[in-house]
Ligand binder design. Structure first.
Ligand code: ATP
Length: 288
């Protein structure tokens, strides 16, 4: 048996670094949204290892997909050394879109099927949180409030009837350095979570977009962020913001045609531009 999983990318509709947890980690207030841009991860039993043709993605045990194998084996006591993983990569790497976490979530869900372990969604999330803060969200997906380090999740009404353009500038952002820049920042402007939740819980995302923020945008410089947003605005985007610690900037459009035209113009100066839609799940799983 083979388990084939479409593992969806995420964007942040809110990312506020709210403070510090007692263990020194950053306390985050986030709204996460799964989008249709996905990696396809095939998992079967055979000669153990990872195959991935995408440059920059490791194929050794440092791949998040293999960390999922190790964490699953530890939690269940099973020997999973025969896990054979093929990753067809479409989500840009180190882009703020949680591509690695999505692959890790896909492998956990696939191993649960391949080994017939029937672990609950909660159990899989606990295992996922042990090797990646975004993995619990990627296992569940849709539109969610994510708190703490991203492991405390609650469902929100779906973001619907919009088309998204994801534009990744040709530069890399180190998440560690991005957090360091925020820590060194003098005065941080925070979002009003109470108001945002009031509006989001009613599905009123037009109001959420007026009040939301991504703290990283206040402290890190990303090439082309301003021109990308201005192209998006000119094509009628109702909102644009950076996702995660960047550098990807997304725009939200009510018209699919306008989104396509915007993507066309962005492609004149960027290589990595994707048109996609919100989706209500983190993983789409099939077996053959
Ligand atoms: P996040 O939004 O969760 O911060 P990201 O989108 O910024 O994630 P990823 O694409 O998940 O970043 O990966 C960051 C780094 O992790 C990559 O530069 C790569 O070297 C490494 N990595 C390990 N496994 C994977 C994987 N399966 N896919 C992509 N990158 C991986």
């Amino acid at each position: 048996m083979k388990v084939i999983v479409d593992a969806f990318a995420k964007i942040n509709l809110l990312l506020d670094i709210a403070g510090r947890l007692p263990n020194g980690y950053h306390s985050l207030h986030m709204i996460m949204q799964s989008v249709s841009l996905c990696d396809t991860v095939t998992v079967e039993r055979g000669e153990g290892g990872i195959r991935c043709a995408c440059p920059g993605v490791p194929t050794d045990e440092s791949n998040i997909a293999w960390k999922a194998v190790t964490a699953f084996a530890k939690a269940t006591g099973l020997n999973c050394a025969d896990t054979c993983i093929t990753i067809e990569k479409r989500i840009p790497c180190a882009a703020g879109l949680a591509g690695g976490s999505a692959d890790g979530a896909a492998v956990l869900a696939a191993l649960n099927i391949l080994h017939g372990t029937a672990l609950s969604a909660e159990a899989l999330c606990r295992i996922g949180a042990s090797f990646g803060a975004d993995v619990p969200f990627c296992l569940t997906g849709g539109t969610r409030l994510a708190l703490n380090i991203g492991d405390v999740l609650a469902p929100l009404p779906a973001l619907e009837n919009v088309t998204l353009v994801l534009a990744k500038p040709d530069c890399a952002v180190s998440t560690k350095e991005a957090y360091a820049a925020c820590d060194a920042g003098e005065s941080v402007t925070h979002a009003d979570l109470t108001r945002i939740l009031f509006d989001a819980s009613k599905g009123n995302y037009a109001r959420v977009f007026r009040e939301t923020c991504n703290t990283f945008e206040q402290f890190i410089e990303v090439a082309d962020r301003v021109p990308i947003k201005s192209v998006m605005r000119r094509h009628g985007s109702i909102f644009s913001m950076m996702s995660g610690s960047g550098p990807t900037v997304y725009g939200i459009f009510q018209s699919a045609d306008a989104a396509e035209q915007c993507a066309g113009e962005l492609r004149t100066f960027l290589r990595d531009v994707h048109v996609c839609t919100p989706v209500g799940e983190g993983l789409h799983i099939r077996t053959v």
